[in-house]
Design a protein around this ligand. Structure first.
Ligand code: HEM
Length: 431
């Protein structure tokens, strides 16, 4: 297995160590786990000067499971209003670019009470019921894609992301929003530009990159503004997540069109990318562990614990951040107020103090609570939906293509920390 080679042998961790630079090399992007192991063993709460002052001048990198979960639930850690919401007035808001405007409303950047307000509206609409209602839609999307693969050219030249995990994730979003299926590629194109601004590994942009990011932010925001306005003008015609966001109330309070528009952009980026990677990383893990592949194929009822294990073993989200609201101690280190903490979820998920044989894929592992959806008040709003897509998607693939195999080639991951996913996964189906 080409990507399973032990990396990080030559990496020296000292005060000059730059995690993001190390993780941007092809070898470590493909397999960051040996680097995480070294860091966990060398110094699990590691101080690093921030490259180019990104996020804050000082960074603390946290790699152990227990430290990470304690940071995520601790109210002394917030997001730190990084984009200066408190300084924005109605007059200067309109002068901001679309990206900065949306960031004022993105729930992942907010602290209470702003976070509590938007998140409570979101929780009301992104309910367990919404996920349950979407189940038959996701099942028929999976069936449609499988039939297409069986009947089309794809069966001889099958690429999992293009032919299955990407369309499954994006068609699910189109169902949830009630937007035209054909719009999913352009939404994805815009979203994948905007999401680059959340990435600490690839966060060096040329002027051209920035122009493209700002233009994409403007276009996707404009797209959703029109969609929201159409539903506001014709409420009787729609019954989808967007119309629910328009009607949801908390006493007399409601979300503004601007807040709904921005939230839809955030949801689109999350819901296009992470479920796609969860399905792809899960299948890749199974194919490199044929005993586990056979186990799940022969007993599809194991899918719930299998998805927990895929989340733990190769999480689609490798980190999340917090900022100290006041001085605090983490793992014996004093972290001053206002400092950025990077919680390396992928490293905590492989912590041997929490999981026995952490580098082994075991779909029957008991009591796995992966860090992959974060925690505390920012715990992923789409966790139920993401899990469901992976459960349906992975079991459909195993049921229909029980003989699928990896091709004899090198498989590479995208150089990104924000989202961990393969560039492509070409498979032979033997059907
Ligand atoms: C399937 C795999 C997914 C993974 C691994 C994942 C992972 C994450 C992580 C790590 C966070 C940050 C949590 C924290 O900082 O504590 C997060 C937040 C969030 N996710 Fe997901 N996500 C997934 C799917 C989705 C989907 C399908 C949606 C939308 C439908 C979604 C919407 C969100 C939102 C809105 C937040 C921000 C929550 C807040 O700050 O209150 N995610 N997710």
């Amino acid at each position: 297995m080409k990507n399973n080679v032990e990396t990080a042998k030559n990496i020296i961790i000292n005060e000059d160590f730059n995690l993001f630079k190390v993780l941007s090399s092809r070898e470590n992007t493909n397999n960051p786990y040996p680097v995480y192991k070294k860091l966990r063993e060398y110094d699990p709460v590691f101080y690093m000067k921030s490259p180019m002052g990104f996020l804050s001048e000082d960074l603390w990198i946290v790699t152990k499971y227990d430290h990470i979960s304690s940071v995520l639930i601790n109210k002394k850690f917030g997001r730190g209003n990084r984009f200066g919401k408190s300084k924005i007035t109605a007059q200067n808001y309109s002068k901001l670019n679309a990206l900065t405007q949306m960031r004022q409303h993105w729930v992942n950047f907010l602290d209470p009470p702003d976070h509590t307000r938007i998140r409570s509206f979101l929780n009301k609409v992104m309910s367990v019921k919404l996920t349950a209602n979407l189940k038959p839609n996701i099942e028929s999307i999976a069936k449609y894609l499988i039939d297409k693969i069986r009947s089309g050219d794809a069966k001889d030249d099958f690429e999992l992301i293009r032919d299955f995990s990407y369309p499954l994730a994006t068609l699910t979003v189109a169902e949830m929003y009630g937007t035209p299926k054909e719009d999913r590629d352009i939404l994805d194109k815009w979203g994948s530009q905007v999401v680059r601004t959340l990435d600490v590994v690839t966060s060096q942009y040329t002027q051209e990159d920035l122009q493209l990011i700002y233009k994409s932010a403007e276009e996707i925001k404009d797209y959703f503004r029109k969609v929201v306005e159409e539903r506001a003008a014709n409420p009787e015609k729609y019954d989808d997540l967007i119309s629910k966001l328009l009607t949801v109330r908390d006493n007399d309070d409601k979300l503004s069109v601007e807040e709904i528009t921005s939230t839809l952009v955030l949801l689109t980026m999350d819901a296009h990318e992470a479920p796609k990677n969860l399905i792809t990383n899960g299948i890749y893990a199974l194919l490199r562990n044929p005993d586990q592949f056979d186990k799940l194929k022969n007993n599809p009822a194991l899918i719930e614990s299998a998805v927990d294990e895929f989340l733990r073993y190769d999480s689609p989200a490798q980190f999340t951040g917090r900022r100290t609201n006041e001085d605090e101690i983490v793992g014996g280190k004093e972290i001053k107020k206002g400092i950025q903490i990077i919680c390396m979820l992928g490293a905590g998920n492989r912590d041997p103090e929490k999981f026995e044989n952490p580098d082994t894929l075991d779909i029957e592992r008991k009591n796995v609570i992966p860090l992959s959806f974060g925690g505390g008040i920012h715990y992923c709003a789409g966790a139920g939906l993401g899990r469901l897509e992976a459960e349906i998607g992975i079991n459909s693939l195993l049921e229909n293509f029980p003989e699928m195999k990896l091709k004899d080639k090198e498989y590479n991951y995208h150089a990104s920390l924000h989202s961990r996913g393969l560039e492509s996964l070409e498979l032979s189906l033997n059907i």
